[in-house]
Write a protein that binds this ligand. Structure first.
Ligand code: ADP
Ligand code: ZN
Ligand code: ZN
Length: 726
């Protein structure tokens, strides 16, 4: 063993770590970030420890440079290794998520600012524009050109001229503004008895090692206010806090809530944060200067210096599952990170996932999480009353989607100036376009899926690969013109019906197509709160997080929609979503109702919703999963093979099938053609592996794949604990 070499995990999808010579850098600790040569390039990586390959010293390449940042804390590196072992993703791919902002590793760039020259030369001819600039800078000291242009309302040439005439001077400075710290002296709302009890348990866990809590509270019970008390406790002892939210659309209202409680906004981390802000945040988090980060799942890979608490809000949300590149469930990995950091984690939900329900010991399995219950709404008298419209006996008019009782309920809200939400989890105008003459259905060229009509955009779109086309005037199969018909409703089509029924109502469509950016959804939320909208027509984007005091009716247009298709979690997902969306109604003093349009009121999901009995649903679902031998009572992994060449794919599938292990307690289903047999131009087959909980499923998969060599033209994806079965 060569002891002046180190093992480095490079930020690229490599299975193994590589050894490098430390050169003149001397002792380098685990977690040190380094730049090393690879082929003809240089790549960042993280030192894992002493070199492990017995390569003669002379053959080792030396480290190019060592980051001036402090090494990542060893328990964070432990987490990265454990995460890679759990997901079977290459360690390098995990490291790449950590070093996602390579520029953050360099010293922050200096910026040019402009200051008035003192004293001002006499000869200069004052103009209004110049005076505004000087006034501004007299107050502000020095500003960048962009800020001067914006605040003084002048063009760039004004600044250039002023510099040339000796009125302004340029200077290079480091513009890192320190992060404003939360004010821990501000008082929150007075907590209810239930909230206080839950908060005190969570607060006293701060600083005492790993502990997991399931904060189980009905919608509007004040879960956020309650866990913010635990946030305060962690901040009070100088530790950092990470809060994971499922969707960026939600973070606006969350940010306002945080600001109201602590006086300053939290640091945010998600796809809409620009690279410069990310760079600054990354460094400040690593140095321990940022105290609170709220973010999407990628925030889990931030290099906290001293993490004292993790919160996963809406823990049941499926969007915590990342489905591409490194495939992982952020909620589960957050628990892993908390256990490595030795800090508490709080999973909050009104409709806990079955996984967390089981982990809270609710089914007699080993209890891993402590459950804290908030049974009542804070501000409203009661949870919304949920009722059903049986579409078999009370259908809508032909070619329409709203049944008469729902129309009456909407009218009643309009009459008294209250707001309604029509929920339909389908983007666009119609999910299917079909030829009325020959029955030909418009499908994507790259995928085994239908083209969805988007009339607002005047396009047909594939929701799987993004392929777009103009709506054709004639059928490509039979040549008939003007024969293409839209089948079924999406939110845009529903908007048409609302316009037809209630011509004077003000309505707005809330979907990812209409709310492309955070800004757009913020403006929308404000307009609803200001009372500028009577009827919201929304997809799942409307189901979550929002708190609209005057919204008193939720109409679910097709409550059965999510139940079809029938993957493992279809019932659970539908129940959670409908419960969430119903929970948008009557959140303050005005009582709310939710109405479900359904063809199957006797379905266990629908009937539990009608009974307002969440635990009835959970008990039913637990029994169903146990009977079927499905998670969380057994474990699953899936392998997807994909290739553009169908023949190669089938040969590879056969090779894999022949090597399949035969172990006790391990079932292997497949390979079979995937339900989505063609996706983004690739053919796909699937294998499902199911094991008893006592079996190490990663080991089963690893030992199987070790012996199989597949051609490079066939791609293999492993998904531990899969959520998608397409
Ligand atoms: P949940 O996340 O459980 O759905 P929220 O945390 O959004 O509930 O709380 C619902 C509303 O009640 C929010 O407007 C919140 O500010 C308010 N609230 C929560 N707890 C209290 C309290 N103890 N006193 C007054 N208002 C509260
Ligand atoms: Zn046709
Ligand atoms: Zn497609």
């Amino acid at each position: 063993m060569v002891n002046d070499s180190v093992s480095v995990a490079l930020a690229m999808p490599l299975l193994a770590a590589y050894d490098y010579h430390v050169g003149d850098f001397g002792q380098l600790a685990r977690g040190t970030i380094v730049l090393v040569p690879l082929g003809r390039n240089f790549v960042y990586g993280i030192i894992l420890g002493p070199g492990i390959n017995e390569i003669p010293r002379t053959k080792l390449r030396p480290i190019k440079s060592v980051s001036r940042l402090a090494p990542l804390v060893p328990r964070f590196v432990d987490f990265l290794e454990k995460m890679s072992a759990w997901t079977l993703a290459p360690l390098g791919s995990v490291v790449k998520m950590v070093l996602s902002q390579p520029d953050a590793l360099l010293p922050p760039p200096l910026q040019t600012i402009y200051r008035p020259v003192m004293p001002q030369p006499d000869a200069a001819r004052p103009t209004k524009a110049r005076e505004r600039v000087l006034d501004l800078l007299q107050k502000a000291g020095g500003l960048s050109a962009a800020e001067i242009r914006k605040s003084a309302g002048v063009s760039a040439s004004v600044i250039t001229t002023m510099v040339n005439q000796g009125l302004l001077e340029a200077a290079k400075v480091n513009l890192m503004t320190p992060v404003a710290n939360p004010d821990l002296e501000l008082a929150g709302p007075e907590l209810t008895e239930d909230q206080r009890r839950a908060a005190s348990v969570m607060c006293s866990s701060i600083g005492s090692g790993f502990a997991a809590f399931l904060l189980d509270g009905v919608t509007g019970s004040g879960k956020t206010e309650t866990y913010l008390e635990a946030v305060r406790s962690a901040l009070a002892v100088g530790q950092q806090v990470l809060i994971l939210l499922p969707e960026i659309g939600m973070s606006t209202s969350w940010r306002n809530r945080f600001k109201a409680r602590f006086g300053v906004p939290p640091t945010e981390w998600h796809s809409e944060i620009g690279p410069a802000s990310k760079r600054r945040a990354w460094r400040a988090i690593q140095k321990g200067e940022v105290q609170v980060v709220v973010g999407a799942r990628s925030a889990l890979f931030l290099p906290f210096a001293d993490l004292g608490l993790i919160i996963v809000d809406e823990e049941h949300e499926q969007s915590f599952k990342q489905e591409d590149q490194v495939i992982y469930q952020a909620r589960d990995m957050a628990v892993l990170r908390a256990s490595q950091e030795g800090c508490p984690i709080i999973l909050a939900s009104a409709t806990p996932s079955l996984e967390s329900w089981v982990n809270a010991g609710m089914t007699g399995e080993k209890q891993r999480y402590q459950r804290l219950v908030l049974p009542n709404r804070v501000m409203a008298a009661a949870l919304p009353e949920i009722s059903a419209i049986d579409l078999r006996t009370t259908p809508p008019d032909r070619g329409r989607w709203l049944a008469p009782p729902l129309i009456e309920a909407l009218q009643a809200r309009l009459d008294v100036g209250e707001q309604s939400l029509l929920f339909l989890n389908r983007r666009g105008y119609a999910p299917l376009t079909m030829c009325g003459a020959c029955g030909h259905q418009l499908a994507c060229l790259n995928c085994d899926s239908w083209m969805v009509a988007h009339r607002l955009a005047g396009r047909l779109r594939c929701h799987h690969c993004g392929y777009e086309m103009r709506p054709p005037n004639e059928c490509s199969a039979c040549g008939e013109s003007d024969s293409m018909l839209a089948c079924g409703p999406g939110v845009e089509r529903l908007a048409e019906e609302v316009l037809h029924r209630f011509p004077s109502a003000r309505f707005a469509v809330l979907s990812s197509d209409t709310m492309g950016s955070l800004k757009a959804s913020e403006m929308f939320v404000q307009s609803v709160i200001d009372g500028d909208v009577d009827i919201i027509i929304g997809t799942q984007m409307a189901a979550k997080g929002h708190h609209f005091p005057k919204l008193t009716l939720v109409g679910v247009v097709d409550a059965d929609l999510g139940l079809a298709g029938g993957d493992l979690r279809a019932a659970e997902r539908t129940f959670q979503m409908l419960m969430q969306v119903a929970g948008r109604a009557g959140r303050e003093s005005l009582p709310g109702v939710a109405i479900l349009q359904t063809l199957q009121p006797e379905n266990p999901v629908i009937s539990a919703l009608l009974d307002g009995d969440r635990d009835e649903f959970l008990a039913y679902e637990v029994a169903a999963r146990q009977a079927a031998g499905m998670p969380p009572f057994k474990r699953l992994a899936s392998i997807v093979l994909s290739a553009s060449d169908q023949e190669r794919l089938h040969t590879a599938s056969d090779t894999l099938a022949r090597a399949a292990p035969r172990f006790k307690g391990v079932d292997i289903f497949g390979p079979t053609v995937a339900p989505l047999s063609f996706l983004r131009g690739k053919h796909r087959t699937r294998i499902l592996i199911r094991v008893e909980k006592s079996v190490d499923i990663q080991q089963v998969v690893k030992s199987w794949l070790e012996d199989v060599k597949l051609p490079t033209s066939v791609r293999l994806n492993i998904d531990i604990d899969p959520y998608s079965f397409l």
